[in-house]
Design a binder for this molecule. Structure first.
Ligand code: NDP
Length: 297
């Protein structure tokens, strides 16, 4: 498939759409906040590809119809975000082993007429974190047990020494902890998300990953700041990418290495890009576009 366009453009130009332009999409609800269109369209333009990336708000009960619509119009790739990552599996033709284990798909790629589902969130998070330091033998603490936590835990279980899960709903945390041990045989425990459990478990770990939503995390972030948890050789990541994050700022000021979720988003976008186009993503272009789009939203 030839995705190259003859148009002369810069990464800032609006997409040039012709009769031959092919479509990639992102679906979720809500979707207006997404940075992914800025990231992918900048990448397509920089490589002069005749592709455009469009966000679609798809309500929970319309997911099947949306996927069939994309199938019939020949969309070449779809990113899937909340709340569809788990339910979308039933509408696809083939699920990659990683996505099946995690039980969630964040990337769909069309292969001929079939739709294949993948999960690139875990690999993206681990790649982003490994820029901070080695993950080998780390005692990890993950806040949350939803789609992002599962994907990250799956990938991290290959190198970490142990993984503890703190989650609001006890059964969801317990299910993830037992899966982690099944995946790679490492010890994993779960506890209810509470200040007491957070204080105790955060002190025992040296890798802390937050996957609680951005409006939930700050009250737990405050506890971590009060306790001076993030210091020394601690690595920290918040999967969210709000511009203001007091905990990450404090962690960096105290000597820990800390990142927000922007780099995870970029790594995830670059893996999707490769699955759809077969071409290595221009990751620096994507990084710049993501930072610019975040700054103005
Ligand atoms: P899910 O809905 O799958 O999981 C949400 C998690 O947060 C669950 O563990 C849930 O606990 C917990 N939670 C939700 N509300 C509350 C609350 N009020 N109090 C305590 N816990 C709560 O979402 P995802 O895992 O897909 O996403 C989580 C976050 O990570 C989102 O903010 C998302 O934007 C971000 N993310 C970032 C990515 C990136 O590329 N940077 C990629 C993917 C996600 P319970 O089990 O009790 O429901």
């Amino acid at each position: 498939m030839n995705h190259l366009s003859n148009a002369s453009t810069t990464t800032k130009d609006p997409p040039s759409i012709s009769g031959s332009t092919e479509i990639c999409a992102i679906i979720g609800d809500p979707i207006a906040h997404t940075l992914s269109p800025a990231v992918h369209n900048a990448a397509f333009r920089s490589l002069k590809m005749d592709l455009v990336y469009v966000p679609f708000r798809v309500r929970r009960n319309e997911l099947g119809m949306a996927i069939e619509g994309f199938r019939s119009i020949g969309v070449i790739g779809i990113n899937v975000t909340m709340p569809h990552k788990s339910r979308v599996l039933r509408f696809l033709d083939r699920i990659d082993d990683t996505a099946r284990e995690i039980g969630a798909v964040n990337t769909v790629a069309r292969k001929s007429t079939r739709l294949h589902g993948y999960n690139t969130d875990g690999k993206a998070a681990v790649t982003a974190l490994s820029h901070l330091g080695s993950l080998s033998g780390r005692k990890a603490l993950i806040l949350g047990a939803g789609g992002a936590a599962k994907a990250i835990a799956y990938q991290l279980s290959e190198t970490a020494d142990s993984i503890v899960i703190l989650n609001r709903t006890r059964s969801n945390g317990a299910r993830l902890a037992s899966k982690i041990t099944k995946w790679n045989g490492i010890p994993s425990h779960s506890y209810v998300l509470s200040g007491t459990n957070l204080r105790r478990e955060a002190r025992r770990g040296n890798l802390l990953i937050n996957t609680l939503p951005a409006h939930v995390f700050p009250r737990f972030g405050e506890i971590l700041i009060e306790e001076k948890i993030a210091e020394g050789d601690m690595l920290v990541m918040d999967a969210n990418y709000e511009l203001k994050n007091d905990f990450l700022t404090e962690a960096r000021n105290s000597g820990a290495k800390a990142i927000d979720g922007l780099e995870m988003l970029i790594e995830q976008a670059s893996l999707s890009f490769k699955l759809w186009t077969g071409v290595d993503a221009p990751i620096d272009v994507m990084r710049k576009a993501a930072a610019e789009a975040r700054a103005i939203r």
